[in-house]
Design a protein around this ligand. Structure first.
Ligand SMILES: [Zn+2]
Length: 176
């Protein structure tokens, strides 16, 4: 497991919210779960122009309900030295890749593997689970990347609940 308990907690409300959105939203978080950057894209993609150097985790949603991360997702995560990339769907699934710290050789090897699958997925061949499986196998072998699909957590962190509640409370009070 790459990410801290605090980061994992911070991801819960973000991913629950973005999983319902009709367009892609991307969040970059640091090691402790602090949000560093946020971007909103279209139904099919999202771009981020600036990746702060202490970015550790990227999470975003796939409104199309894809059954995997895309090779571009993984390429970006490796390129920017992220340690975890996650994509959530409307069905509240989260596809994730855990990326170990890669030395420059391993990083380049993994980037070129991912590039190959980006090209394959754009050459008329649809991105499908069998290609995903092959790519995962190669990335695991060359860089030790780990892939998983998990169900989004239903429970909200208590501190977040409190925040939501106090916001509501302030709203109510402001009416008087
Ligand atoms: Zn994606």
């Amino acid at each position: 497991m790459n990410i801290s308990k605090a980061a994992r907690k911070a991801l819960i409300p973000i991913e629950r919210e973005i999983s319902k959105q009709p367009v892609e939203h991307l969040y970059l978080l640091n090691k402790t779960g602090k949000i560093l950057s946020k971007a909103i894209g279209t139904a099919k993609n999202v771009n981020i122009l600036l990746v702060p150097p202490d970015s550790f985790i990227a999470t975003h949603n796939h409104p199309s309900g894809s059954r995997s991360l895309s090779p571009i997702d993984i390429y970006g995560a490796i390129y920017w030295n992220l340690r975890e990339i996650r994509a959530v769907t409307k069905k509240e699934l989260c596809h994730l890749a855990e990326i170990p710290k890669l030395d420059i050789d391993k990083k380049n090897k993994c980037l070129s593997i991912t590039e190959k699958y980006i090209i394959l997925s754009k050459c008329g061949k649809d991105w499908n689970l069998s290609l995903y499986r092959k790519m995962r196998k190669e990335l695991k072998k060359s860089g030790g990347l780990k892939f998983r699909t998990i169900k989004l957590s239903k429970t909200e962190a208590p501190s977040i609940k409190f925040n939501v509640f106090s916001k509501l409370w302030n709203k109510l009070l402001s009416k008087f």
